[in-house]
Design a protein around this ligand. Sequence first.
Ligand SMILES: NC(=O)c1ccc[n+]([C@@H]2O[C@H](COP(=O)([O-])OP(=O)(O)OC[C@H]3O[C@@H](n4cnc5c(N)ncnc54)[C@H](OP(=O)(O)O)[C@@H]3O)[C@@H](O)[C@H]2O)c1
Length: 338
Amino acid sequence: MGDSQAGREVQISALPRGRLTVDQFALVTGARRALRPGEVLCRTILISLDPVNRGLMRGGSDYRGGLRAGDVMPGFAIAEVVDGGETALEPGTLVFGELGWREFAAVRADDLLPIAPRGPLSHQMSVLGLTGLTAYFGLLEVGRPEAGDTVLVSAAAGATGNVVGQLAQRHGCRVVGVTGSDAKAEVLRRTGFDAVINRRREDLRSELRRHCPDGIDVYFDSVGGKLLDACLARMAVGGRVVCCGALSEYDTDEAAVGARGVPGLVVSKRLRLEGFVVLDYRDHWPEAREQIASWIEAGELTVLEEIIDGLEQAPAAYVDLLAGGNLGKRMIRVAPDP
Ligand SMILES: NC(=O)c1ccc[n+]([C@@H]2O[C@H](COP(=O)([O-])OP(=O)(O)OC[C@H]3O[C@@H](n4cnc5c(N)ncnc54)[C@H](OP(=O)(O)O)[C@@H]3O)[C@@H](O)[C@H]2O)c1
């Protein structure tokens, strides 16, 4: 992640105990320093709020280290190059990269991806950004749905989940979503989900029996824990579990609840459980973006996104997202579109 370059930034003031609160963040002014060779100065436009970073407050993962008090909160961003230094990036170039929650960042040009907007710039963060691409590759490459399959989508009203559900519909699947409120369930039904389960109000096992009478062929799992446990018991023979994330483990100190049925049900039902990371598909992002953009332009894909104004709003917006307050991709606007 880049260094600060004056401007405001949001730091982690203390690592949370229990659920994250806004008190664990501090809005401060970053220190100014000269650009190093290979670096450019970026002005942040939109910041992505990513739940996995709450998990990194509990410790590192295989693909990146854990977070500490005093760190700038990480996050992908869309930004404009304001000083290209000695690199080939011209001022005014729009880029995507991990800049963190800050107004200005000095970043290595090699770590930035130039972007060419197609439609609103925010789409580059939502459907055409990492979460849309996660939905695309996770469902199509890992889940490999076939027409007539029953696809169950966790965190279905979120940034990744709503796109998974819509893509599964396109593939002629029966799509069942799991979400945390009746209002979000209603929006999902309007975007074409065949059925929606409210995870806070309804009994998961009986609802899965009711809505997936012939079993689940593809389970898109962003949650782990009790939901994975309930879904494994309901998988159809030959089913695929797309292991995308572990939301139930991020905003808590409690030890993870393991799923029963591993390996018993995996063996008897001949299941495939496969994890993936969207960054591994980087070489194929352009084709996926082209495909998704053409569906949006044809009016065949609904874009669900929320833009909250002001860097200072990021902590509250993030705490609320972890509690299920978001509908679609939530992002923070730090500066107007150029
Ligand atoms: N593998 C990859 O390359 C990759 C890339 C990007 C993201 N991801 C993963 O994709 C998942 C979704 O990320 P996103 O950015 O699209 O977030 P998101 O779905 O927009 O937001 C998180 C949603 O998760 C739900 N949630 C929160 N705590 C939960 C819990 N304990 N149990 C069940 N649901 C819970 C809430 O919705 P409800 O209250 O409505 O359920 C909340 O709105 C995450 O697991 C993330 O780590 C993976």
